[in-house]
Design a protein around this ligand. Structure first.
Ligand SMILES: Nc1nc2c(ncn2[C@@H]2O[C@H](COP(=O)(O)OP(=O)(O)OP(=O)(O)O)[C@@H](O)[C@H]2O)c(=O)[nH]1
Ligand SMILES: [Mg+2]
Length: 196
């Protein structure tokens, strides 16, 4: 089993000049606001308090960098799609994300965090197109799978895999609350980090 005994918080960035040093390999966690990004990151690294979890959507407004090992990072990106965010904040988010994806040489892949009850949104698809256009890998975590019955979770998994197949985007079911899919997610991340 893969574990990350030395995982630690590196830095938070509100602006591009605050990003962690762009060396080694880095995986970004992105998705709609409240989709379970921070929870997934905590579950995968087995560190409950690492990334901040909140019931209030749009809580993570900063780009948070974590180090698994020297030169191996995870990045918790602020969520998108939360209607109540003021326009000024939304535009800042957009500019910061665009900049992040454009400049980040160490970025090897995107873990796209999608609430399994909602499935891929137009913004999720745009995010996938963005990352694939930059020749990076992508994997979809269908989170909160504990909220669906077996039939519905298999259905959404099948749909998501079909949507991603042409672009070689993989997908899986995930539940931090039930510890479902942790090893599968770690295996994907290890593959990306060790063979960028
Ligand atoms: N049932 C269930 N709830 C979950 C799961 N993962 C996350 N949640 C809940 O979903 C809510 C949002 O989780 P976060 O991890 O803060 O989501 P986020 O995507 O980081 O949110 P923002 O940073 O605000 O964009 C919290 O109330 C979590 O407890 C899960 O596996 N199962
Ligand atoms: Mg968060």
């Amino acid at each position: 089993m893969t574990t990350y005994p030395n995982v630690k918080f590196v830095t938070s960035a509100a602006e591009a000049n605050q990003f962690a040093q762009d060396v080694g390999s880095e995986i970004a966690f992105a998705g709609r606001s409240n989709s379970g990004k921070s929870t997934a990151l905590n579950a995968i690294t087995m560190r409950s308090g690492l990334a901040r979890v909140s019931r209030t959507p749009g809580r993570t407004q900063l780009i948070n960098f974590f180090e698994l090992a020297p030169g191996r990072r995870l990045v918790d990106l602020p969520g998108y799609g939360y209607a109540k965010v003021p326009e000024r904040v939304r535009l800042h988010w957009l500019a910061l994300m665009e900049h992040y994806f454009n400049v980040r040489e160490s970025l090897v892949g995107l873990m796209l965090i999608v609430d399994s009850r909602r499935g891929l949104s137009a913004q999720d698809v745009a995010m996938l197109e963005w990352i694939l256009a930059r020749n990076r890998q992508a994997h979809v975590l269908l989170t909160k799978a504990d909220k669906l019955n077996r039939r519905d979770s298999q259905l959404i998994l099948k749909e998501t895999m079909a949507a991603g197949a042409a672009a070689a985007v993989s997908a899986q079911l995930f539940s931090a609350h039930r510890s479902l899919g942790l090893e599968e997610a770690r295996a994907v991340m290890d593959r990306w980090l060790n063979h960028p």
